[in-house]
Structure formats: structure tokens, C-alpha cells
Design a protein around this ligand. Structure first.
Ligand code: APR
Ligand code: PHB
Length: 393
């Protein structure tokens, strides 16, 4: 016999989407239980991107979890684009009056977990075999196993915040889903190292040998990426080879300022665009990577999780506080309208900056002309900047 519990919102996944949703609900007096299939240590150490849009920072402030972010995060007023070894700065603050904040996703997750565990409610770590039941009806349930015991959690709503490979989306019949996706024929090879960054601001560099990105986590920790073949093996990229290739692509101006050091982490990720609609199925609401994936160019993943959660928390609050379910009905449409715009920007920036076309082809010339245009047009830069700092939500 399963152990019985009850809550208002059953949340699957303790990534940024699930944790932030739980926090915003709690601030409005709504109870939830979070079921997470990994351990706390694993979730807190997971390395992901590190750029927070202006609106994400505001939402984290609203959630009361921005104190360390303001202390340790690096506020950036611009970003650089590199072409042919030259560099061009896009003045984000001047063009939009907004900035971005460089603060690792793992830090955001740690701050949210600390807030949750300081009295907001439970997170069930290492909850296995999470299964969703009856979400098309009035009384949804979640079943799972934890500590060798079977549990059943009755709830009013289920939030599927369990990432791209979670149980929520996969429990929906394919006939109910509209899937839109695109793969890219390359991947990103990333390196994290305790060395000072080569530049105060991020550099996105387009190079005939492939894209490179110089990013950071702090004044003493750098994060770099280079475009690679998606089937490439990590063993073929000893640190020295990676550093050499990175310097070549960042160009002669920047290369001498790249400090090398042993890799704390190295990984290869494929690039994928994916949207699954609708984001609501009865009393099940998908949010974050469970519903959509962007390629990492532009670092929109976490920021999209934040905007979904903004719409979803507002809708649930309106349901509980005013018995008004209009916003719940509008969730999929509202959240996905913003998702599509970030999908477009991530796709566009990916195709703009990577080595995509054969050398000497017409398409390659079109790509160069587009970058050139962007670098010479204040209007083009404004379009870039307003998308980069994040569209409103
Ligand atoms: N049961 C319970 N938990 C699960 C299950 C499952 N079957 N499957 C996955 N999870 C957990 C994962 O372990 C993870 O902690 O759900 C969480 C999902 O978190 P994320 O993958 O971080 O997704 P999300 O919260 O939507 O955040 C989106 O994070 O993944 C990055 O690139 C992504 O930056 C984006 C952001
Ligand atoms: C990162 O720091 O990991 C990062 C930054 C910007 C991106 C993607 C990733 O566009």
C-alpha cells in the first residue's frame, strides 16, 4: 500500500523551472511538493549556462532569492561579436537601457534550493519511477518511490518541470502533441577552468574554422566553447589542443589574453531546437526544458524556464486567490508566444555565427554580409540587443 500525501501543486523536477515555480507559489500561500529523481549534490553541481536576462533577474528579485546574485553576479552592459579576428561591441545598455547578469545556473539553483529548504516545503530527492495519473480529470495523482517506499501524492495540478528527458512529456500520447524541431550538424565543446577571463565582456566569434565563445563565471573562472563536429570524442581534445584551437578562433587580438589552465570540466553538447505544444494538458502544465529546447547560442534556456514559470505562477495564483481560471486557460498560448521569439533568436544567432556553409559558397557570402550588416547598422544592433537582454514578459 502506497504512503498517501496531498498538496496543491505537485512539481516534477528540481531544476530552475520547478524550484522557481515552487518559490513563487509559496510566496502567494500555495503549497507544493517537488519530486526530483537526482540527489541534491548532483543537481547543485550540474554545469549549465550563465547569462541571466534583465527580466530573469527581476523575477529572481521578486522571488526573494537575488541577494547573492547581486553580490556575486557580474553585470554586463555590452557584448562583443568577432569576425575575421576583429571585434565589435554591442552596447546593450545604451541601446536598450537594460543589462545582463553573468551568474551560473548552478548558483541560481543553489540559491533556490536554500530558500526552499529554509521552510518553503519539501523536495523529495532521488524520487524514482515518477508517474503521472488522471491529469485529464479533476483529481490528478503522482506516484513515485523514495527511500524504498511507494508513495502517492494527490494534487490539484501537476507542473511538469522535469527537463527534456523527463516523465511528464513522455507520459502524453504522441497524437496529442505538436512537435517542431531542428537539429544542427555540429556541437559545442566546452571547457571550464579556474583562470581569469580573457575579456570583461562575452565574445561570440565567427571564424572560418568554426564558432568560438568566450564566457565566464567570475573574475577568476572562465567558460569557453568552440564549435566541433557533433560526433567528436572528448578523448580527442586534450586541454592543449582545445586551448590552441580556441585562441586561433578568437583571433590575434584576444589570443594573448587567454590564460590557460587545467579543465575543471569539459563536455560536448549537441545543438537542438525543439518545441512541444500545447504546454497544457488538462491539469498538467509543462514548463522549461520539458516543453522546449534552444541551442545554447544566446543562453536562452534558463531564461525561458523563468518566463514560463512567471506565466504559470501568475495563472495558479489567480486560480487560487480569485477562483479565476482564465490565465490557466491562456498559459500555453502566452508562454509559447514568448518561447517562439526566443527560439527564433537562438536559431538565428546559431546560424549567423557558426561555420555552416561550404567555403566559397554563395550561402557563406550571405552569412558574412549579414554579420557585416549587423556590425554597421545601429538598427540591426538594436534588434540584437533587445533580444539578447530578453524580450519582456
Ligand atoms: N522524475 C523526477 N525528476 C526528473 C525526472 C523524472 N522522471 N526527469 C528529470 N528530472 C529532473 C532533472 O534531474 C532535473 O533536475 O528534472 C529537473 C529538470 O531540470 P532542468 O533540466 O534544469 O530543466 P528546467 O528546470 O526546465 O531548466 C531549464 O536548465 O536544463 C537547463 O538548458 C536548460 O538552461 C535550461 C534550464
Ligand atoms: C555560458 O557562460 O555558459 C554561456 C554564455 C553565453 C552563451 C551560452 C553559454 O550564449
Amino acid at each position: 500500500m502506497a504512503r498517501q500525501q496531498r498538496t496543491q501543486v505537485g512539481i516534477i523536477g528540481a531544476g530552475p523551472a520547478g524550484l522557481l515555480l515552487a518559490r513563487l507559489l509559496k510566496l502567494n500561500g500555495i503549497e507544493s511538493v517537488i519530486l526530483e529523481d537526482r540527489s541534491r549534490a548532483y543537481v547543485e553541481a550540474r554545469i549549465r549556462a550563465g547569462v541571466l536576462e534583465h527580466g530573469t533577474v527581476k523575477l529572481l528579485e521578486e522571488a526573494g532569492v537575488a541577494e547573492r546574485l547581486h553580490r556575486e553576479g557580474l553585470v554586463h552592459e555590452g557584448v562583443e561579436l568577432g569576425l575575421d579576428g576583429g571585434r565589435f561591441r554591442i552596447d546593450l545598455a545604451g541601446l536598450t537601457d537594460k543589462t545582463i547578469t553573468v551568474y551560473g545556473q548552478s548558483e541560481v539553483v543553489q540559491d533556490l534550493i536554500a530558500a526552499r529548504l529554509a521552510g518553503d516545503g519539501p523536495i523529495v530527492w532521488e524520487a524514482s519511477d515518477v508517474a503521472l495519473h488522471d491529469f485529464e480529470m479533476d483529481r490528478p495523482r503522482l506516484t513515485y518511490r523514495a527511500g524504498g517506499v511507494d508513495h502517492e501524492l494527490a494534487c490539484d495540478f501537476i507542473a511538469g518541470c522535469d527537463g527534456f528527458r523527463g516523465a511528464s512529456r513522455s507520459s502524453l500520447p504522441a497524437s496529442r502533441l505538436r512537435i517542431y524541431e531542428q537539429d544542427y550538424p555540429f556541437g559545442w565543446l566546452g571547457i571550464l577552468a579556474d583562470v581569469p577571463p580573457c575579456s570583461e565582456e562575452l565574445i561570440y566569434a565567427s571564424h572560418p574554422r568554426g564558432f568560438a565563445l568566450a564566457s565566464m563565471r567570475s573574475h577568476t573562472r572562465s567558460r569557453y566553447y568552440i564549435q566541433c563536429d557533433r560526433h567528436e570524442k572528448l578523448e580527442d581534445w586534450p586541454d592543449d589542443r582545445l586551448w590552441d584551437e580556441l585562441k586561433r578562433r578568437l583571433g590575434p587580438d584576444v589570443a594573448p589574453r587567454v590564460t590557460t589552465g587545467p579543465a575543471l570540466e569539459k563536455s560536448i553538447t549537441g545543438l537542438h531546437s525543439f518545441v512541444c505544444l500545447p504546454m497544457r494538458h488538462g491539469r498538467l502544465f509543462l514548463a522549461g526544458d520539458a516543453a522546449h529546447i534552444v541551442p545554447p547560442t544566446g543562453a536562452k534556456g534558463l531564461n525561458l524556464a523563468a518566463s514560463d514559470v512567471h506565466y504559470l505562477s501568475r495563472a495558479l495564483v489567480s486560480h487560487y486567490a480569485r477562483n479565476d481560471s482564465t490565465l490557466l486557460g491562456a498559459y500555453s498560448e502566452q508562454a509559447s508566444a514568448r518561447v517562439w521569439k526566443a527560439e527564433r533568436f537562438s536559431w538565428w544567432l546559431t546560424l549567423l555565427m557558426h561555420k555552416v556553409h561550404p567555403d566559397g559558397s554563395f550561402a557563406e557570402q550571405m552569412q558574412r554580409a549579414e554579420i557585416d550588416y549587423l556590425l554597421s547598422s545601429p538598427a540591426g544592433q538594436t534588434v540584437f540587443a533587445e533580444n539578447y537582454v530578453g524580450l519582456p514578459f
